[in-house]
Ligand binder design. Structure first.
Ligand SMILES: [Zn+2]
Length: 262
C-alpha cells in the first residue's frame, strides 16, 4: 500500500458539496413557468435548514456553490450557511450555460456574481460552472476573477493541479462525475433512495479502499426530500464509522492539494 495522499495519514477523503441553485436556472430558461420555479424555492423554504441541521448532527462542513441570483433573492439563507461554518463558492449568476454564450456575456455573468458575493460580504475561493459547462475563455475568467480552485472536470477521482492546453493555470481542480451527482438519479431517472444507495455505497467503499477522493454533488431541492436526506445521512454515518476518513470542504481539499502538488 502506498503512502496516503491525505493529511494526518487519513485513508480517504469524503467531500460533500451542494449546488444551491434555487430557481435561478428556471428564471433564465423558463421565466414564465412559475410552477417549475416553485421547485427551486423548496431549497430556501425547507431544504437548506434541514440540510444544515443534518450537517450539524454529523459534525461535518460542506461547500455550497451558489449562483448570484440565489444570494440576492435568498440572502438570509446564505448568511445562515456561512454563520454555521460552511463554505460558499461561485456558480454563475442565473445558472447560465457559460460555454454557449458570448465572451462578453460570460464576463457580465462573472461581474454580477462578484457583486452578489461582495454584497454578502464573502470572498469565494472556488468556482463550479452551472451544468459543469465551461470553455477556454471561461477558464481564463475563473483565474482573472481570483478563484483558487475549479470543480468542473471529469478526468480523475483525485484532486490535481489544473493545466490548460499544457500550461499551468495555478488552479486546483476538484473533479466531479455524473455518478456522484444526485440530480440525474433522482430527478431525471426518478430512482428511489435505495437504488441511489446501491450506486453510491459501493463507489464510496471502493474509493475508501484505494485511498482516493469521493466528491459528492447534491442539490438542496433534490436531496432535501426526507427519504433522500436520510439516505445521505446514512452514507455519512457509515463513512464516519470507518474511523480513518478525512471529511473536508472543497477549500480544504484544494488547499491541501496545492500544498502537496504545487
Ligand atoms: Zn447548479
Amino acid at each position: 500500500m502506498s503512502e496516503s495522499f491525505w493529511p494526518d495519514g487519513y485513508q480517504a477523503c469524503f467531500n460533500l458539496s451542494f449546488d444551491y441553485d434555487s430557481n435561478s436556472a428556471l428564471m433564465w430558461r423558463a421565466p414564465h413557468d412559475i410552477v417549475a420555479q416553485s421547485r427551486g424555492r423548496f431549497s430556501p423554504n425547507v431544504a437548506i435548514e434541514r440540510i444544515l441541521d443534518m450537517l450539524d448532527r454529523m459534525e461535518i462542513k460542506a461547500t455550497f456553490f451558489t449562483p448570484g441570483w440565489t444570494i440576492d433573492q435568498f440572502t438570509e439563507s446564505c448568511e445562515e450557511i456561512i454563520s454555521r461554518g460552511h463554505e460558499m463558492g461561485g456558480h454563475g449568476y442565473l445558472h447560465e450555460r457559460l460555454a454557449e454564450i458570448s465572451q462578453e456575456s460570460q464576463r457580465g455573468v462573472f461581474e454580477k456574481q462578484k457583486a452578489s458575493f461582495e454584497k454578502l460580504g464573502y470572498k469565494p475561493e472556488g468556482f463550479r460552472a452551472p451544468y459543469w459547462l465551461i470553455s477556454d475563455y471561461t477558464l481564463g475568467l475563473i483565474k482573472e476573477y481570483g478563484f483558487k480552485y475549479d470543480s468542473d472536470f471529469m478526468d480523475s477521482d483525485m484532486p490535481y493541479m489544473l493545466k490548460q492546453r499544457g500550461e499551468d493555470t495555478g488552479l486546483v481542480e476538484l473533479p466531479i462525475e455524473w455518478l456522484l451527482d444526485d440530480w440525474p438519479h433522482f430527478e431525471t431517472n426518478r430512482m428511489n433512495s435505495k437504488q441511489v444507495w446501491d450506486l453510491w455505497k459501493p463507489e464510496w467503499d471502493g474509493i475508501h479502499q484505494l485511498g482516493r477522493y469521493f466528491g459528492l454533488t447534491c442539490h438542496p431541492q433534490c436531496i432535501g426530500r426526507i427519504s433522500r436526506l436520510n439516505m445521505l445521512e446514512q452514507l455519512i454515518t457509515d463513512a464516519k464509522d470507518k474511523g480513518d476518513v478525512w471529511f473536508a470542504t472543497c477549500k480544504e481539499v484544494a488547499d491541501w492539494t496545492r500544498k502537496k502538488l504545487a
